[in-house]
Design a protein around this ligand. Structure first.
Ligand SMILES: NC(=O)c1ccc[n+]([C@@H]2O[C@H](COP(=O)([O-])OP(=O)(O)OC[C@H]3O[C@@H](n4cnc5c(N)ncnc54)[C@H](OP(=O)(O)O)[C@@H]3O)[C@@H](O)[C@H]2O)c1
Length: 276
């Protein structure tokens, strides 16, 4: 089975490629230099030369705050890029997996978002990722949309590493009024492997159960045996350029449980820290 991965040098791509390689897939790792998804001709050429059975589309404009002032680039990468990949996937009859985000939702619900809930993004990143979802659905029939959230992995800047790097501060204030589902990259990857055996469509692939950023930080320090003076605070105490949904907890139908409790996944991540 041949797999092509876009954005292979990103946080998710760097964990995903070796995992599927070990599972026997032949992988073409591409990133900006070898496959600029904004360049339609290049995308067509690289993908049709390789003829993958599956394309995992990890490439994206992911800087949520920067996107607010850089709308054109965010749109180019997240919308036009997704469209270019979806069109060629359809042409060569490949399956496409588009990684999306909890930020497609506005956060006004008070029970977990389900895959059929209507997106209503409140920032540029979320809007462009949602438009990317629509392009994928429009151009490609054999698609999976895997929405994930609060992602952390060994190969990228992320919340877990940021918290641990701040452990010596006298006092660490962390936002306690945004709730979501922390997700280890490997948990997302195991989930992608599972959905590849399921019907095409939209899936929520994030850590099970939820936490606020403050509760997430508490658990990181508890599991790491670190004593840190954590203080809960409000979103308003840390003004950011982009608005974030206050509640972006996601799940699938009652019958479909793709992932483990986020605390269990965190424990595996912390055990492997240092081996990487
Ligand atoms: N991180 C999260 O918390 C989170 C949460 C929910 C969903 N997601 C989604 O998960 C996916 C993977 O995220 P990640 O955290 O691994 O992101 P990441 O580390 O920022 O990786 C994205 C990759 O895409 C590449 N890229 C950007 N523009 C490109 C272009 N025009 N052509 C080809 N490649 C391009 C980037 O290359 P350069 O570095 O050279 O620009 C980077 O290697 C994304 O779709 C993201 O939207 C992430």
């Amino acid at each position: 089975m041949k797999m092509l991965v876009t954005g292979a040098n990103g946080m998710l791509g760097q964990d995903l490629c070796p995992y599927f390689e070990k599972k026997g897939y032949e992988i073409l790792r591409t990133d900006y230099d070898t496959l600029d998804i904004c360049n339609e001709e290049m995308t067509k050429k690289v993908v049709s030369n390789y003829k993958p059975d599956i394309i995992i589309h990890c490439a994206a404009y992911t800087n949520v705050d920067k996107a607010e002032d850089d709308i054109e680039n965010a749109h180019k990468i997240n919308v036009i890029g997704a469209k270019n990949v979806a069109k060629i996937a359809k042409e060569i009859n490949a399956v496409m997996v588009y990684i999306s985000t909890d930020y497609v939702f506005d956060g006004t619900k008070n029970s977990p978002y389900l895959p059929d809930d209507k997106p209503n993004p409140i920032n540029v990143y979320g809007k462009t990722k949602y438009e990317g979802e629509l392009e994928v659905q429009k151009y490609c029939e054999k698609f999976y949309i895997a929405r994930t959230s609060w992602l952390y992995g060994h190969k990228g800047r992320n919340f877990v590493e940021t918290m641990i790097s701040l452990k010596d501060k006298d006092e660490l204030k962390v936002v306690n009024d945004q709730k979501g589902c922390p997700t280890w990259t490997m948990e997302l990857i195991y989930g992608i492997e599972k959905i590849l055996k399921m019907p095409y469509g939209i899936y929520h692939v994030c850590g099970s159960n939820s936490a606020t950023w403050y509760e997430f930080a508490l658990e990181i320090f508890k599991q790491s045996d670190l004593k840190v003076n954590l203080v809960p605070c409000l979103t308003d105490d840390f003004p950011r350029k982009a608005k974030r949904p206050f509640y972006s907890v996601m799940k699938n139908s009652k019958e479909l449980n793709l992932t483990r409790d986020w605390k269990l996944a965190l424990s595996d991540y912390l055990k492997l820290r240092g081996d990487n």
